[in-house]
Design a binder for this molecule. Structure first.
Ligand SMILES: Nc1nc2c(ncn2[C@@H]2O[C@H](COP(=O)(O)OP(=O)(O)O)[C@@H](O)[C@H]2O)c(=O)[nH]1
Ligand SMILES: [Mg+2]
Length: 480
């Protein structure tokens, strides 16, 4: 199979065909200097895609924390919730969830007047969380002078895995004591960074310092401070010993005998209490920052649920259109593959998907969207690339029916699905703005191209293409 590089090549697309060749052992047919360059690019783009896909999505900015901003955010989150309630009207589970989220939102407003600070003590098992809480309760709490509006502190001990399982619990804390007993592990560092970028106030506590020699202690503290310097000032990283182990003392007698005794060592939490006192002095502003974060997090949850719910409504529409396009191309193979792009994108699908996202798209607008999608697909070389991906999978299928029709039918299904999922992405971004308002539909070719590129990358892995081929063959292969 010779590769034709006539059209601008989409990054990731070559990765797709290359990985399919690899899988089906067709790479052997590639020879010559030109081809090895293609291979290098193909593999490179595939790797680029993998990396790109793994990079975390940019985190939202830390929200404003004054009362007025928080109340505005709560209002707009209620409006977003209205949309979820409206869409899921007929769905009991959605209605129940909406009520749950409503009462959570109402609670946030009351929470603004909370006068007890909540401090989470987070860390792996055995790092000394309980020892720290006990010591602070006994030795520090009684002598704190509380700022205005605050009258106490409650501790909550959180295991490290709570962070992953229950972000809400950690998010509810006004301050976090993040406890480690050695160097910061990679997974610990990731979770800590997530906590900090969410705007959480953290004191990083290096406990069990009695287990190190003085010079090691200094080195470790310096090292950890450097690692988190981007997020945390030096005085928010403290070294302590909450419950130091007893030390062995040897006394040498005049007669040459030795006498060993165990002496208890005093806990040293002075660096921690200093940092904690400074944190607590910030008073009620810590509480409002927490509420602002919680509102933002809830908003994100609602948005995700709304999008998921709408996607559930959209997918059957796409599948229906996909099989209609496939059946038509099976029965009547079009001569040029480029035409597939035009044939595959159904204007009715554009209108119907618009409805799911509360966007009223006129038939003329739908035609324009379909036309733009088709042009983009041809320009991006998606049509050839997908056909090149599908063809070898068909060959390996020892099926006797006409390969031409099958190839075009499956390509039509693939392209319709690609177009449909890109539209879902596009409508999703268009229909939800920060204020919760619904802007009228407008066609933005650049944004559409971005979505198309992304969805094409997502649909490229060989497993995905293979699944579609299997599904198509099951539907359309003549049964013996
Ligand atoms: N050597 C030493 N041991 C400590 C220190 N802090 C706590 N420990 C011990 O570590 C063990 C676990 O402590 P604990 O507070 O229960 O940890 P948690 O699981 O994080 O709550 C206990 O045996 C503590 O006595 C410390 O500073 N130095
Ligand atoms: Mg404990």
């Amino acid at each position: 199979m010779a590769m034709q590089l006539q059209r601008p090549i989409l990054i990731g697309g070559l990765g797709l065909t290359a990985s399919l060749w690899l899988l089906d052992g067709l790479g052997a047919s590639l020879t010559g200097a030109g081809d090895s360059l293609v291979w290098a690019i193909a593999l490179g783009s595939g790797i680029w895609w993998l990396r790109h896909r793994r990079s975390p999505s940019s985190s939202p900015p830390v929200p404003a924390t004054d009362r007025a901003s928080i109340e505005t955010a709560v209002q707009s989150t209620h409006r977003l919730l209205d949309q979820l309630a409206q869409d899921g009207e007929a769905d009991g589970a959605v209605a129940e969830r909406v009520e749950q989220l409503r009462s959570r939102l109402a609670q946030f407003t009351t929470d603004l007047d909370r006068d007890t600070l909540q401090i989470a003590i987070v860390g792996e098992a055995g790092v000394g969380k309980t020892a720290i809480a006990d010591h602070l309760t006994q030795a520090w709490l009684p002598q704190v002078s509380w700022p205005q509006g605050i009258s106490g502190v409650t501790w909550s001990e959180q295991s490290y895995s709570d962070l992953v399982d229950d972000a809400q619990a950690i998010n509810a804390a006004d301050g976090v004591l993040w406890v480690i007993a050695g160097d910061l592990t990679a997974s610990n560092a990731d979770a800590l960074a997530a906590c900090l970028t969410a705007g959480q106030r953290v004191i990083l506590v290096l406990n069990k310092q009695d287990q190190y020699r003085d010079d090691e202690q200094a080195l470790l503290l310096h090292h950890v401070r450097q690692r988190v310097a981007e997020h945390l000032p030096g005085d928010a990283v403290v070294a302590i010993a909450a419950a130091p182990a007893p030390r062995k003392h040897r006394k040498h007698g005049a007669d040459g005998s030795t006498d060993e005794t165990w002496q208890s060592s005093k806990p040293d939490l002075s660096a921690l209490t200093l940092a904690l006192t400074a944190l607590v002095a910030e008073g009620s502003s810590l509480v409002s920052a927490t509420v602002a974060r919680q509102v933002q997090q809830t908003r994100g949850e609602i948005l995700a649920e709304l999008n998921q719910y709408r996607r559930q409504q959209a997918l059957p529409l796409i599948e229906q259109a996909q099989w209609i396009a496939a059946a038509a191309a099976f029965a009547n193979p079009v001569p040029s593959l480029d035409l597939l792009a035009t044939a595959a994108i159904n204007t009715q699908l554009v209108v119907d998907l618009g409805k799911v996202y509360h966007q009223s798209v006129s038939l003329d607008q739908a035609k324009a969207v379909a036309g733009t999608l088709a042009t983009l697909m041809v320009q991006m070389g998606v049509v050839e690339l997908s056909t090149q991906a599908i063809a070898p999978l068909l060959k390996s299928h020892a099926l006797t029916f006409a390969a031409g029709g099958a190839l075009q039918g499956i390509s039509a299904a693939y392209l319709t699905r690609l177009a449909g999922l890109s539209l879902v992405d596009y409508f999703q971004a268009q229909s939800l703005t920060e204020t919760g308002d619904r802007p009228p539909f407008s066609l933005q070719p650049d944004a559409l191209k971005q979505r198309l590129t992304r969805v094409f990358q997502q649909m490229s892995p060989v497993g995905q293409v293979r699944a579609l081929v299997e599904q198509s063959l099951q539907r359309f292969a003549p049964t013996a």
